[in-house]
Design a protein around this ligand. Structure first.
Ligand code: FCB
Length: 480
């Protein structure tokens, strides 16, 4: 007999995308380059020189894409706005850019889908990068202005505002490892960028709050469960502390406690973080938020012993990239012996439950706020079958196992109030170009034909019934 697990009555089922990964139309209606347009032109930066010029052509197909979401039964949609569409030269507002997002939001509302807006999913206007990018303190203030420009147009219709998506990636993959735009490789630059991203977040939260106290405000962090490969080895325990510090606590502590963690400050001593902090910054960064978005893909077992694989960011191409961690030399990831996705990421659903319990205990419970899983998903080597379907059983299992983990976390007292599958559709997977497919909807990039995968059909059933039925034997095996 299968066991039926119910989701909380307020639990939202959604899917997520990001502007650069789906929109295309990167020269349309006044849009200019973002750092990702420029990065795509760097030889070797993106596999096969793929770029965002067409992507999923969502700019022209948003109407039918929203209809597809509604047909799937999604209740909310997490998307991002492109700063370089809205302020192409970094200053002046381009009304045509805002018009596009207004059309998207109105269409979502018409189909009964709640818009969940992310202001920054990695695509800084290139013109601002040329003025120093996130290493320039001024960019934080310009980000606040941009937030207010978007709010002036959409504030009456969008209830939830996320400032940043994964500032760890923006700062450390972008400015330290060089694996993401803008492709710089400098530990100091990454730490300075991280602080300015946090400052921009805090400034935007303060300004949006003042403009409209009814908004739900927050940010999304990519968090990991860093565990010592061998809990008995002090070197492994310290490696886990470092990764937890430089990935999770470097953002969580300033936001929820108004201070960078002492051990992280000691690890990165001399790398410019303290020089970037001005008096009062941490009070701004700690401006109260209403919701924390957690992006979870996998955990990691780490050690100071060499590897299976060195810790790296996403660095799939022949262009040399460094470690994203400013001060984790000699730290290595070890295999946990788990199955992996097409990204090589280990499939570890119980890690999501553990992570949520820990985040709630240490941060969101004391702050009295709710948690949303704003991204979780998997790339697999999907194929369109002769019957016209995509039988992605591995993704169906992945999705069910992670929803099951959320229910486990909820039973353990964590108020998880929503889940956004990454991604609604296959799209431009950054340095991997179009080679990695994360969607619950398949995209044929030659024809732009969309095909709902089996995982999309399954997700729709779960979202509509608000129930996950689990075979008893599978429960203990995390339903994989
Ligand atoms: C996250 C990003 C998202 C997507 C997924 C796979 O880090 O936020 O844009 O690339 O990974």
């Amino acid at each position: 007999m299968s066991h039926e697990r119910q989701f909380h009555p307020e639990f939202l089922f959604g899917a997520a995308t990001a502007a650069f990964q789906i929109e295309g139309a990167n020269r349309t209606d006044g849009r200019t380059d973002s750092i990702w347009d420029a990065f795509c032109r760097l030889p070797g930066a993106v596999i096969d020189g793929h770029d965002g010029s067409t992507a999923c052509d969502h700019y022209n197909r948003y109407h039918s894409d929203v209809d597809l979401m509604a047909d799937l039964g999604l209740q909310t949609y997490r998307f991002s706005t492109s700063w370089s569409r809205i302020q192409p030269d970094g200053g002046r507002v381009n009304e045509a850019g805002l018009d596009f997002y207004e059309r998207v939001v109105d269409k979502l509302l018409e189909r009964g889908i709640m818009p969940w807006l992310t202001l920054y999913h990695w695509d800084l206007p290139q013109v601002l990068e040329e003025r120093g990018g996130w290493c320039a303190r001024d960019t934080a203030y310009l980000f606040r202005d941009y937030a207010m420009n978007v709010h002036a147009r959409l504030g009456d219709r969008v209830p939830v505002w996320t400032t940043l998506n994964e500032p760890w990636c923006s700062a450390f993959l972008g400015y330290t490892a060089g694996a993401h735009a803008p492709g710089r490789q400098d530990p100091r630059a990454g730490l300075t960028a991280a602080h300015h991203l946090l400052l921009g977040h805090g400034l935007a939260v303060q300004a949006l709050r003042e403009a409209d106290p009814a908004l739900t405000l927050g940010l999304t962090l990519n968090l990991t469960l860093a565990e010592p490969a061998d809990p008995q080895r002090p070197g492994d325990v310290d490696a886990a502390r470092r990764i937890d510090g430089q990935m999770n606590r470097i953002f969580l502590d300033p936001i929820f406690r108004g201070a960078y963690p002492d051990d992280v400050l000691a690890d990165v001593d001399g790398l410019g973080l303290v020089d970037a902090i001005h008096p009062g910054d941490l009070d701004i960064i700690a401006a109260p938020i209403d919701a924390l978005g957690v992006n979870y893909y996998h955990g990691q077992a780490v050690s100071d012993l060499p590897p299976t694989a060195p810790i790296h960011g996403e660095a799939p191409t022949d262009r040399p990239t460094g470690s994203p961690f400013p001060a984790a030399d000699g730290v290595h990831t070890h295999s946990q012996g788990l199955p992996t996705t097409a990204m090589g990421w280990e499939i570890q659903p119980d890690g999501l439950a553990e992570l949520l319990v820990r985040i709630h205990r240490d941060y969101t419970d004391p702050a009295g706020i709710e948690v949303y899983v704003t991204e979780n998903g998997a790339a697999f080597d999907d194929e369109l079958s002769a019957d016209g379907a995509v039988h992605d059983d591995d993704r169906v299992s992945f999705l069910r196992a992670h929803l099951n983990a959320i229910l486990d976390a909820t039973e353990r007292g964590v108020p998880v109030r929503g889940y956004f599958y990454w991604s609604l559709m296959d799209n431009f997977e950054w340095a991997w170009g179009y080679h990695k497919r994360f969607g619950i909807v398949h995209v044929d990039y030659d024809t732009q034909q969309r095909t709902v995968k089996d995982s999309g059909l399954e997700y729709g059933r779960i979202a509509t019934s608000r129930t996950l039925s689990i075979e008893p034997a599978a429960r203990t095996a995390a339903a994989v």
